[in-house]
Design a protein around this ligand. Structure first.
Ligand code: FA5
Length: 342
């Protein structure tokens, strides 16, 4: 039996030197220490050995077993370290300073114009607010003086959730929360995505962006409103734009106006983008209705204010000459990447 033990020692040493991968070492472990492995078989044979010799042989076999276990563990660790080094060496062949890809993305034109507007209004002391897209009936309608069953609701049909909440139809839905958050005096703009359940055409989408603005203070008048609207448009377009102000009805302003701009796609001649009128409804506005101030916790006897609801997506169409509003939601990267800025 002693010879057998010595022979196993030698053969194990040789096979171990040839085991250069984790799989090969695992095979070797099974071949020697597994249920039917050589060392295990030797231990089974021990029952046939008699007396003192049994004890001595048992010690030898157990010593062999420990040696095999230790050497296998060492070999496993050695191979793991070698594999790790090989991986690091391979990784070092990459130049981490290279740009990720030749094709870099670009901002959506709506994002670009929104950021431009934010800068313009921030420079005039307006704070920029974010608001949720799913709102309550109160926020979207009742808080802005559109009670249940008011006919003005027909102009803004939307998508309702089972819990009675809805996708906001206009950024005016944020007015109440923002008045309550800051109180008066207050200057804020709040851009956001709006949704309406309506048929689409060249200038109507079911999902589009608006940018609302409110200014509330003592003695705010229509002249303040006109000044801010003109400043905004001249900065966005960097040239004189024909605008017209006409009366418009919105329950949350009194008086209310529609501010239209001369269509820049057709130069005022008439085209599908402006429904052949030569004008594009861009920015309804007006003096905030006392009921809306009251609902926002602001005393209408002390404060007045103006509000406007700029059609941000339409402004983008005019600025970039996009003939069909639906192109902006199309996800057509070829068309949208024309507007890439640095
Ligand atoms: C409103 O949404 C009012 N909340 C605006 C307002 C705010 C008035 C504050 C007074 C004071 P209106 O439904 O007209 O109003 O929409 C405002 C602008 O959003 C429109 O002039 C237009 O530029 C844009 N708009 C409206 N519907 C669509 C649509 N389906 N697709 C693209 N743009 C739209």
């Amino acid at each position: 039996m002693n010879e057998k033990i010595q022979a196993l020692k030698q053969s194990f040493q040789q096979e171990l030197e040839n085991a250069k991968s984790s799989e090969a070492v695992e095979k070797l472990r099974v071949a020697y220490l597994g249920k039917k492995g050589a060392v295990t078989e030797l231990l089974k044979e021990l029952k046939d050995v008699a007396g003192e010799q049994k004890k001595e042989m048992g010690q030898h076999i157990n010593q062999l077993k420990r040696q095999v276990e230790e050497k296998i563990a060492e070999q496993v660790e050695k191979i793991r370290a070698e594999e790790e080094e090989a991986q690091i060496a391979a990784a070092e062949q990459y130049d981490v300073t290279l740009p990720v890809s030749e094709e870099v993305g670009s901002y959506h034109p709506i994002t670009l114009v929104q950021r431009e507007l934010e800068e313009i209004f921030a420079s005039m002391g307006f704070t920029i607010e974010d608001f949720k897209e799913i709102v309550t009936d109160y926020e979207c309608f009742e808080a802005v003086n559109i009670p249940k069953d008011h006919p003005a609701r027909d102009m803004q049909d939307t998508y309702y959730l089972e819990n009675g909440q809805l996708l906001k139809t206009h950024t005016s839905a944020a007015q109440n929360a923002i008045m309550r958050k800051y109180g008066a005096p207050l200057r804020a703009i709040f851009p956001g995505r709006c949704f309406r359940n309506e048929a689409t055409d060249a200038c109507h989408e079911n999902t589009f962006f608006q940018m609302e603005g409110i200014m509330i203070d003592k003695n705010i008048s229509i002249s303040n409103l006109i000044y801010f609207m003109k400043t905004m448009l001249s900065q966005v377009f960097q040239r004189d734009i024909n605008v017209r102000l006409r009366p418009g009805f919105f329950p949350f302003v009194e008086p209310g106006f529609e501010m239209d701009i001369s269509c820049l796609i057709c130069g005022g001649e008439g085209c599908p983008s402006c429904k052949n009128s030569g004008w594009l409804e861009l920015c309804p506005c007006g003096m905030i209705h006392p009921n809306v101030l009251k609902a926002g916790g602001i005393d209408p006897e002390e404060y007045t204010g103006f509000a406007f609801g700029l059609g941000l997506t339409r402004l983008v169409m005019m600025k970039y000459g996009v003939k069909d509003i639906r192109d902006l939601n199309s996800g057509n990267l070829k068309a949208l990447s024309q507007f890439t800025h640095e």
